[in-house]
Design a protein around this ligand. Structure first.
Ligand code: ATP
Length: 235
């Protein structure tokens, strides 16, 4: 469903990604583990068309995304929920959610059931639909950010560290919601530093270090790997 082939990305003379090749099959939930600065967000920016590749290519199905504008990539079904949520704090929860459907604005009727599904998944958002998004707790704001991405009707959902800064109970809740979204049919690529919790819901995982993939495997393999345990789990 999603394939990165030898993707490299530079910030000036600094190479942030060096020949990254990954794939996410239809229906999979794949986790990208990596410490601060490993290149997870850079990979997502590259895939979403928000940063130009220095080399390589990104394919969605058999469609090469080279030269596609970011909005066209969303329309094609690759939707990102960015690190740090990036909501519009002064706008209502509902408006923030509706903004996610901007590329589908010619079909507002098609967005209504999706909004209902989001409210069913996160009932607190229905309660707070008219409140400014900035007045919500961190966990609730993360729910809005995930909901906004769902309004883009993703075939592949990219989630960049949705658990960042959340209390342990909320981490569990947010990752359970991510698993639910995947089980309902959306393919997911999830970047996380919270390795143990992420591997509990993953089908497969990669480890990114200094812009390179250094490991790939089933969650059990990674959880059993001494180096992964030391670097990402602390046990
Ligand atoms: P984090 O979890 O801290 O966001 P990450 O794995 O997402 O980490 P990236 O944000 O992709 O990592 O950063 C990869 C590397 O690229 C880091 O060394 C970072 O300092 C550098 N970098 C990121 N954005 C820029 C930029 N706009 N200009 C220059 N260097 C950058």
């Amino acid at each position: 469903m999603l394939r990165c082939e030898d993707v490299s990305l530079d910030y000036g003379s600094y190479r942030a990604l060096a020949g990254v090749s990954i794939h996410v099959d239809a229906g999979e939930l794949v986790v990208m583990l990596g410490a601060n600065g490993a290149g997870k967000s850079s990979l997502f920016l590259a895939v979403s068309g928000l940063r130009k590749l220095a080399a390589g290519r990104v394919l969605l199905g058999d469609q090469d995304l080279a030269g596609h504008k970011a909005s066209a990539i969303v329309e094609a079904g690759l939707v990102q929920c960015p690190e740090g949520r990036k909501l519009f704090p002064g706008m209502s929860v509902e408006k923030n959610l509706t903004l996610g459907a901007y590329v589908h604005r010619a079909d507002p009727a098609g967005s209504k059931p999706i909004l209902e599904q989001i409210f069913a998944m996160f009932p607190i958002l229905r309660e707070k639909r008219h409140d400014p998004a900035g007045s919500l707790s961190g966990g609730q704001q993360q729910m809005v950010a995930i909901g906004r991405a769902l309004m883009g009707r993703p075939k592949v959902l990219l989630l960049d560290e949705p658990s960042l800064g959340l209390a342990p109970l909320l981490v569990k809740q947010v990752l359970a919601a991510v698993k639910g979204i995947n089980q309902a049919g959306t393919t997911v690529l999830l970047a996380e530093q919270n390795a143990y919790a992420a591997l509990q819901i993953a089908d497969r995982a990669y480890v990114l270090e200094n812009g390179r993939i250094v490991m790939e495997g089933a969650p059990d393999e990674l959880l059993g790997d001494e180096r992964v345990r030391r670097a990402y789990i602390g046990a």
